[in-house]
Design a binder for this molecule. Structure first.
Ligand SMILES: NC(=O)c1ccc[n+]([C@@H]2O[C@H](COP(=O)([O-])OP(=O)(O)OC[C@H]3O[C@@H](n4cnc5c(N)ncnc54)[C@H](OP(=O)(O)O)[C@@H]3O)[C@@H](O)[C@H]2O)c1
Length: 272
């Protein structure tokens, strides 16, 4: 089920602890502290320097202290740090909503590690750091409707979110939107490399590649036409774009992309 960016004032009743304020945790801290009204946050990181950017939140280096008085926690540490952390915290997590963005740790494992029945597992992506992320998430049956609305608010604060009805779909989300920014950057890199070969300076090449990606991305975000219609709008009969697209088709770009995503899905399954 696709749900769009959503803000509910229900969150004013919740206090959220974010454990791990690195790349992702700080993206959430930023998005949530800039909502109106701001969500009440308790931020925890081993390195208190990382919390400085969030003067309105409470700061902690001890996760046990950070979760006092909270109704929900967001786990944003690396998966390899999770066992030790959850070993310490689990006696305190039983009655809390636990939201994890840790790659490859299943709802079942999270249930075992935390002792909570109300668990959400999510896969955001890098553009969450500028509030334009795309997050797929799924929840255990015990996660109530108000909890789900709260979760929509959290992921809505860093971009667009989709609730999934089946945990196994998270492997495909990981392969498509999780890794997707890398495919996009690769295409931009390849355009830049070709521009260099065509005699443009490195600076000009970077401008041509980046500006094309930015313009196309913003157009795709704001235009009502489908992606196919937008592509067709650039493709005149017998023109240059048509020649390029025919070459991509002849080289089986569709198979290349399919196989790439399948490889990422297989890897995601293996890692979890
Ligand atoms: N980066 C992405 O694009 C992305 C996308 C989707 C999902 N994710 C998931 O998001 C999670 C975080 O990734 P990230 O890139 O944000 O990692 P990160 O930058 O390394 O952030 C993790 C932070 O957690 C801190 N930390 C570790 N153990 C802690 C503990 N026991 N108590 C408090 N803080 C602790 C780390 O501090 P130290 O550095 O001092 O250990 C670090 O500041 C990962 O599980 C990853 O799978 C990331």
């Amino acid at each position: 089920m696709v749900k769009c960016r959503h803000h509910s004032l229900l969150y004013v009743n919740h206090t959220l602890a974010i454990i791990g304020v690195g790349n992702m945790g700080s993206a959430f801290a930023y998005g949530l502290s800039h909502m109106k009204p701001a969500m009440i946050l308790r931020l925890c990181d081993g390195n208190s320097e990382k919390l400085r950017n969030f003067p309105n939140a409470k700061h902690f280096t001890d996760p046990k202290k950070a979760i006092v008085g909270t109704s929900a926690i967001l786990l944003a540490v690396k998966p390899q740090s999770s066992k030790e952390l959850l070993n310490d915290l689990s006696p305190l997590l039983k009655d809390r909503l636990v939201i994890s963005i840790m790659a490859g740790i299943s709802l079942k494992t999270l249930g075992k590690l935390t002792g909570s029945k109300r668990i959400v597992r999510a896969m955001p992506n890098l553009p969450a750091t500028i509030g334009l992320g795309c997050t797929g998430w799924c929840a255990t049956p015990a996660v109530s409707k108000p909890d789900r609305t709260f979760v929509e608010t959290i992921f809505g604060a860093v971009g667009t979110q989709i609730e999934l009805n089946d945990e196994s779909k998270l492997d495909a989300v990981t392969a498509i939107s999780g890794s997707g920014p890398a495919y996009f950057f690769l295409l931009a890199e390849l355009l830049g490399i070709k521009a260099l070969k065509e005699g443009f300076s490195p600076q000009e090449s970077a401008v041509l590649a980046r500006a094309t990606m930015i313009g196309s991305g913003v157009l795709a975000a704001n235009d009502k036409r489908t992606l196919t219609e937008l592509r067709e709008a650039v493709t005149s009969k017998g023109g240059t774009t048509e020649a390029a697209l025919a070459s991509l088709k002849g080289n089986h770009l569709d198979t290349i992309i399919n196989e790439a995503i399948d490889a990422a899905i297989a890897r995601s399954r293996k890692l979890s």
